[in-house]
Design a protein around this ligand. Structure first.
Ligand code: ADP
Length: 613
């Protein structure tokens, strides 16, 4: 049976132990307390007396847990009670604790309490040994304070990979304490999809002992959002090269990663388009070299991949001379704005065959002049268009002859019924003639458009009196535009070298449009003026006007502006202004339109006397 030692009856052996330890630990700050099994002080060594500033008599018989040394913190009081309880149950307990033996004086202690059975006296004791680690702790705290100030997550691990320290940034971000994150528990805050790989990479480094990188998403404790972190890990080695621990940093690289992901997606999308070979795509430079191209691009230009890799596929050498100027313009545009409007050009392949393409280019890098270039082969489409134009031209020709005969027959009949005084038949024939005229104009326009397309629109210039021609044209038009009065303002005095028929066409188109698009108005004003260099014709109506978005387009072939071809309100096919524009530009003139919706439009034509070349 072991005995409960009495305060005044401490065994000589225990006293001896205390003295012995005192000698052994001489020079170190080592505290030793011998206690009864219920935690009352029996003996203390010199360090304890010195630190507490008390005599042995003052201490003997007092319960360690009741000392004021712990009163500074409830948490420490709870801790000391807990460890004493465990020691009293016979456990050896090692723990770190801060003790305040005197006000404003503290010590950090690496303490152990162990039960001790004195075999000679059969007394049972609890022996407290404590090493003063205040300085080490202070240095550590200082280190942690510094580490906490770094705005990156920093952590350390034991050689086996057990995370034993994480700085404040970790807790700030994850809202998890070190206790909740040590060991492998940090991985709980890693995105479930990345967790397995993150742990495997980490333990892979532990196995090889090599520094490395890891990348995974960490959960933001406050928002629940996952952000990407790049983790750098380094082993810490002692003088012999043994790994004594690991340390690492985890830096938020979410934004960079997102940019990378977006770029990768874009690259993938581009690759898909590139490899789909729907259109020809290549990386070229403005100096002529083709650096990279998909199969369609190479097939179109008639080169092989090997030729391209050798730098022998050159777009400049495959461009016929008549297109070089257009290319120059595109390059200029490219350098100024980074892109160039798609344009049509031809390439002459090494086998001599020409292809017609639409080219679009976007500059990649101004310094190297590299650009991404796409092509669509429109040779077949152009061929079809040409055939269509030829067909329209042929059909219009075929229609013209019977229409002309029809008109002549109507005129013949009209003369007869006029002689016979048959007014009703004459009226019917007159209406018929008007319809035939409209049909003839339509066929003429179709023929003209296809001639323009095929480059066959001809001009027979003569010296004409524009004032006279204009007055005559208006005179002829007036009866056909019964709802409007055509008012000519001003006169022209100089002769003009021009094709009279074409000149007529311009005036007729503008005036008939002015009347057609102003059904509610009753007047169309035509203003004439001239200078030494030009004549000016302004045709003004008070009609529906043209929306701003349509004004540029109305001069294009078959463009009906705000009205589709199915438009009932204003019939038409969108050919008149196209032909007008063609004639005016042939004579180096200009045509512009001003308009206000609902108020009317003004078409202004300038025709120069002198033909520029
Ligand atoms: P069409 O009159 O047969 O449609 P045009 O080539 O003469 O063909 O004119 C093209 C388009 O321009 C017309 O469809 C119309 O939208 C617009 N336009 C031309 N002249 C006028 C005008 N005086 N007022 C309003 N819109 C006009």
């Amino acid at each position: 049976m072991s005995q409960e030692p009495q305060i005044d009856n401490i065994s000589a052996r225990v006293k001896h132990i205390v003295r012995y330890r005192e000698v052994v630990n001489y020079g170190t700050r080592f505290g030793l307390i011998v206690m009864t099994r219920d935690g009352r002080i029996l003996e203390v060594n010199h360090t304890i007396l010195e630190d507490t500033g008390m005599s042995l008599n003052d201490l003997v018989g007092k319960y360690v847990v009741e000392r004021p040394w712990w009163s500074y913190s409830l948490e420490t009081q709870r801790q000391i009670r807990e460890v004493m309880k465990r020691a009293m149950r016979g456990e050896t307990v090692r723990f770190d604790i801060r003790v305040c033996p005197r006000p404003t004086f503290y010590r950090d202690i690496d303490a152990t309490i162990m039960p001790f059975l004195d075999s000679t006296s059969q007394g049972e004791y609890l022996i407290w040994t404590g090493f003063d680690v205040t300085e080490r702790k202070r240095l550590e705290d200082e280190k942690h304070f510094l580490i906490d100030a770094i705005p990156t997550i920093i952590w350390t691990a034991r050689p086996d990979g057990y995370i034993d320290y994480l700085n404040k940034q970790w807790s700030n971000y994850t809202l998890a304490s070190i206790e909740q994150s040590s060991g492998d528990d940090w991985s709980k805050y890693v995105h479930p999809d990345d967790r397995q790989k993150a742990l495997a990479t980490w333990y892979g480094m532990i196995r090889t002992g090599e520094p490395g990188e890891n990348e995974y998403r960490l959960r933001n404790g406050a928002t629940g959002e996952y952000r990407w972190f790049l983790v750098h890990t380094t082993p810490i080695r002692d003088a012999q090269g043994n790994i004594v621990g690991w340390c690492g940093t985890s830096a938020d690289n979410h934004d960079k990663k997102m940019v990378e992901v977006a770029l990768r997606v874009r690259e993938l999308q581009f690759r898909t388009l590139f490899d789909a070979n729907i259109i020809g795509i290549g990386i070229t430079d403005i100096y002529g070299r083709v650096w990279e191209a998909n199969d369609t691009y190479l097939q179109m230009l008639g080169g092989t991949r090997e030729d391209m890799n050798r730098g022998e596929v050159r777009w400049d050498q495959l461009t016929p001379p008549e297109y070089l100027e257009r290319d120059e313009k595109a390059i200029q545009e490219l350098l100024e704005s980074g892109t160039c409007q798609p344009y049509e050009k031809e390439y002459q392949r090494p086998d001599g065959k020409r292809i017609l393409v639409v080219v679009g280019i976007a500059l990649l890098d101004k310094e190297s002049g590299k650009a991404i270039c796409f092509f669509v082969d429109i040779t077949a489409r152009k061929e079809l268009e040409k055939r269509k134009d030829e067909f329209i031209s042929l059909a219009s020709h075929e229609l013209k002859t019977p229409i002309t005969s029809l008109k002549m027959l109507i005129q013949f009949l009209r003369r007869r019924v006029q002689k016979e005084g048959d007014k009703r038949t004459n009226y019917a024939l007159m209406r018929m003639e008007l319809q035939v005229d409209a049909l003839k104009r339509l066929i003429d326009d179709l023929l003209n458009v296809s001639k323009i397309q095929m480059g066959l629109f001809s001009y027979e210039d003569e010296i004409l009196d524009p004032d006279k021609v204009l007055h005559e044209t208006i005179e002829v038009l007036q009866p056909t535009l019964a709802d409007h009065v055509l008012i000519l303002h001003g006169h022209l005095h100089h002769a003009l070298v021009c094709d009279q028929q074409r000149f007529n066409q311009v005036v007729t188109n503008l005036v008939t449009n002015a009347a057609k698009y102003s059904p509610e108005a009753h007047e169309v004003d035509i203003f004439l003026s001239e200078s030494e260099q030009w004549i000016c014709i302004k045709v003004c109506d008070h009609g529906v006007g043209i929306p701003a978005s349509q004004r540029e387009k109305i001069f294009e072939r078959f463009n009906r502006g705000a009205y589709g071809t199915s438009e009932k309100a204003f019939s038409g096919l969108g050919m008149g202004l196209y032909i007008t524009y063609e004639i005016i530009t042939h004579y180096h003139g200009s045509i512009t339109v001003e308009s206000e919706e609902g108020k009317g439009s003004i078409f202004t034509v300038y025709l120069p006397f002198a033909q520029q070349t």
